[in-house]
Design a protein around this ligand. Structure first.
Ligand SMILES: Cc1cc2nc3c(=O)[nH]c(=O)nc-3n(C[C@H](O)[C@H](O)[C@H](O)COP(=O)(O)OP(=O)(O)OC[C@H]3O[C@@H](n4cnc5c(N)ncnc54)[C@H](O)[C@@H]3O)c2cc1C
Length: 401
């Protein structure tokens, strides 16, 4: 949970079919806020409680906070307010706007702030980006015993603010355009902010399988974040899709909760590092790895996961598997859809940059996982964020001379 969010148990009463419940769960997931989920259709006491609170209505989600306060069907803005997140900037014009508060964006904010540039960071979720959701980063230089993603994110946020950067949260950049020598960005509440330069540090997110049933089950039985949702599977069996480093790392993490973790890989061989393969093998019967199998469908009954339909690619035979939940780790998609066509991207959507991290739109720079050819590592994202901030300083100096 982020530092600025109050600790304690939040209870979300809802149903599996309610879209506002999914949105609220997504808000909590994106902000790494832990909560307890209660499906009122499977708990008559919970149903009675929701009816009592809502004067006979079954309004969901009904969210009960540790201080006893209750929000019914809240908007994301109401949830942000509840957690004291800053969603409006103090001004509308800045020297530099940074999109994304992951390692690249926050490091750029530290450097830009220290250079005396008026800096606004706009983040749609929690600080720290993907790194913030890492259980433990063991390869980040300077932390000989590793550092948890949460702690890393907390420290980076404090450091960026110490140098004067303003950071908005629960605020998504929806579009960006160049207007004369300035760059304007429009955010989710419709406000437009303007800057002399913009750094795209919007990172990437886990790719979906795009098979039938996936969309409807996301957040209830299909997940993309083991840290956020693993605890729902205490003593249960889970399927991890993807035999790369992420799949193996997250699968190992899930053994803290799950009775059994099965990793399934599409290719005949897994791509995870040898060290991770060894760690998984050491788990014995608790973990199983199945290769050369393709997930074809998540079959549902009454909005619940009934079976995962999997094809044995060697024989073409279809199999029915019955895990309690599924975690998907099959690679990354860049968060670049909000960018205009003038910002060139490769066929996967990663932003291309020239010398000095500048994109094809003058005044717009890119760093970190969203950038084509970046190596998708926290230490590299940090390095790119620092370098991009220094390039922006030079760009601004050249503009004003
Ligand atoms: C579970 C997990 C474990 C990992 N473990 C390690 C590890 O041990 N070691 C290591 O080196 N790397 C690790 N990584 C990879 C590392 O976290 C990433 O390489 C790094 O976070 C990339 O940083 P970034 O700032 O470029 O992007 P991100 O971390 O992706 O941050 C981008 C931020 O931009 C925000 N954003 C996106 N679009 C918008 C928008 N339109 N408006 C506003 N905000 C937006 C996102 O919400 C996000 O917070 C791990 C990743 C994951 C997911």
């Amino acid at each position: 949970m982020s530092d600025n969010l109050s600790a304690g148990t939040i209870i979300v009463y809802g149903t599996s079919w309610c879209s506002d419940c999914k949105r609220a769960k997504q808000f909590f997931g994106e902000h790494r806020i832990q909560y307890v989920w209660v499906d009122i259709e499977h708990d008559s006491d919970a149903m009675a409680y929701v009816e009592e609170v809502n004067k006979g209505l079954r309004s969901v989600p009904t969210i009960v906070f540790p201080d006893g306060s209750i929000l019914v069907e809240p908007s994301n803005a109401q949830l942000a307010e509840k957690f004291g997140l800053q969603t409006r900037a103090q001004r509308t014009f800045y020297d530099v706007i940074i999109v994304g508060a992951g390692p690249a964006g926050l490091t750029a904010a530290v450097y830009a702030g220290r250079e005396g540039l008026e800096t606004l960071v706009i983040e749609k979720g929690a600080l720290g980006g993907q790194a913030g959701s890492a259980q433990m980063m063991e390869n980040f230089p300077g932390f000989d015993e590793g550092i948890s993603g949460d702690e890393f994110a907390r420290r980076l946020g404090i450091q960026a603010r110490r140098f004067g950067a303003e950071i908005l949260q629960a605020t998504e950049v929806k579009s960006l355009r160049r207007d004369g020598r300035y760059i304007c960005v429009t955010v989710s509440d419709g406000t437009e902010y303007t800057a002399q330069a913009v750094l795209i540090a919007s990172g990437a997110r886990y790719r979906r399988l795009n098979v039938p049933g996936e969309d409807k089950l996301i957040g209830s039985r299909v997940h993309f974040c083991a840290v956020c949702d693993g605890a729902f599977y205490k003593g249960k069996e889970v399927l991890v899709i993807g035999g790369g480093n992420s799949g193996f790392q997250e699968g190992l993490f899930l053994t803290r909760f799950a009775r059994k973790v099965t990793i399934v890989e599409f290719e005949p061989q897994v791509k995870a590092s040898r060290i991770l393969q060894k760690k998984v093998a050491e788990k014995g019967e608790m973990m199983q790895v199945i290769t050369n199998h393709a997930v074809k469908e998540f079959r549902q009954r009454d909005s619940q996961l009934e079976a995962v339909i999997v094809e044995d690619r060697a024989t073409g035979a279809l199999e029915e598997w019955h895990p309690d939940g599924v975690f998907v780790f099959i690679g990354l998609s860049p968060n670049s859809a909000f960018l205009p066509p003038e910002v060139e991207r490769d066929r996967f959507g990663f932003v291309t940059t020239g010398p000095g991290f500048m994109t094809t739109l003058p005044g717009v720079f890119a760093a970190g996982d969203v950038r084509q050819a970046s190596t998708k590592q926290a230490a590299v994202a940090v390095g790119e964020g620092a370098a991009a901030a220094l390039m922006i300083r030079e760009y601004l100096a050249a503009q004003s001379s």
